[in-house]
Design a protein around this ligand. Structure first.
Ligand code: NDP
Length: 302
């Protein structure tokens, strides 16, 4: 038996069509294209790859990306003023940080400068806290992508035993929260987990986000498992995930590839949250305008 392939590309294409028509609908009302700010501290490297991928996806649906590059050695108050201006700018629907941040700054202090209403990668403490109560407006895009992939391929989640390998605030932890909200029974594992293989073998849904190539081998899964691999590892053999794909595919029921699995869906999830933010900003502006008209009429009637 060869497992069903959870290919991310059709999922991303489906999302692309939906988002393109939603952005077009906004444009028909006369609204300017939504803008997505990407704050970038270093030219080149992983920051540039991240920013480039997001910018391409944004443009492809009609969202206008722009990079904000703070000067070298920018102080936290100066950065707060720059991000504050983006927070107040109604043309900016979303703000994301391309990691790594400058060495003299701490990521959590930078992230919390973003208005949670524009935090389209679900990175702020407020959105993380709300997510723990299943109330977040925005969640980390990779976690959302895992859910989109499972929904697209109609993988049942409610009542299933899900095991997540990795507990970072960016991938593992928020994925576990979303699975729990979808009524899976979730186990979150990490480096200190005793006998990882015993836990992963029990998984009906196994999500791996460890950043360790070939961590999950054939003897660590069961035949009914649906395996979602979030790992992106650059090796001499190219980009590979955290799962030994060739060995695991024949012994599970479904598996996502790397590349081409979670990755393309993640980018679209970030853009989806940006479009949702733009729609909310637009609805608020229309409401303010009609309240303004109403107030004007009441005054002229007096
Ligand atoms: P982190 O390094 O922040 O976290 C890795 C997590 O995996 C930690 O919780 C760590 O445990 C756990 N872990 C690492 N090795 C083992 C092991 N041998 N056994 C058990 N647990 C282990 O990584 P991220 O969460 O940021 O990223 C994880 C992977 O996902 C990376 O490959 C990254 O490139 C990829 N990624 C993919 C994205 C996508 O869009 N597809 C987006 C973002 C990331 P502990 O906490 O104990 O240290």
């Amino acid at each position: 038996m060869t497992a069903r392939l959870l290919d991310g590309r059709p999922v991303a294409s489906h999302m692309w069509r939906d988002l393109s028509s939603r952005v077009a609908a906004l444009a028909e009302t006369g609204a300017a294209p939504p803008r997505l700010a990407i704050i970038i501290f270093e030219r080149g490297g992983s920051s540039a790859v991240y920013a480039g991928g997001i910018a391409r996806a944004a443009r492809s649906v009609g969202v206008e990306p722009f990079e904000v590059e703070p000067p070298d050695g920018v102080s936290l108050p100066d950065l707060a003023a720059r991000i504050g201006a983006l927070n107040r700018d109604p043309s900016v629907a979303g703000i994301v940080i391309a990691q790594p941040v400058a060495a003299h700054l701490e990521l959590p202090r930078v992230v919390e400068l973003i208005d949670p209403a524009k935090d389209v990668d679900g990175a702020t403490p407020l959105n993380a806290g709300r997510q723990a109560r299943a109330e977040a407006a925005f969640v980390p895009a990779t976690a959302l992508a895992v859910m989109r992939l499972l929904h697209h391929y109609e993988v049942p989640i409610a009542g299933r035993r899900a095991v997540v390998v990795g507990r970072s605030p960016v991938v593992g932890r928020p994925t576990a929260e979303l699975l729990l909200s979808a009524h899976a029974s979730v186990m979150l594992t990490h480096r200190r987990t005793r006998n990882l293989a015993r836990e992963t073998r029990r998984a009906e849904i196994l999500v791996v986000a460890a950043g360790s190539p070939n961590l999950i081998r054939a003897e660590m899964v069961n035949r009914s498992a649906v395996v979602v691999d979030c790992g992106i590892n650059v090796t001499e053999q190219g980009i590979v995930g955290d799962v030994d794909f060739e060995a695991v595919r024949p012994v599970v029921s479904a598996i996502s590839p790397v590349p081409g699995g979670v990755g393309p869906v993640t980018t679209m999830c970030l853009i989806e949250q940006t479009v949702r933010s733009a729609e909310a900003l637009h609805a608020r502006a229309e409401q303010d305008e009609s309240l303004g008209r109403f107030a004007h009429r009441s005054i002229s009637l007096e």
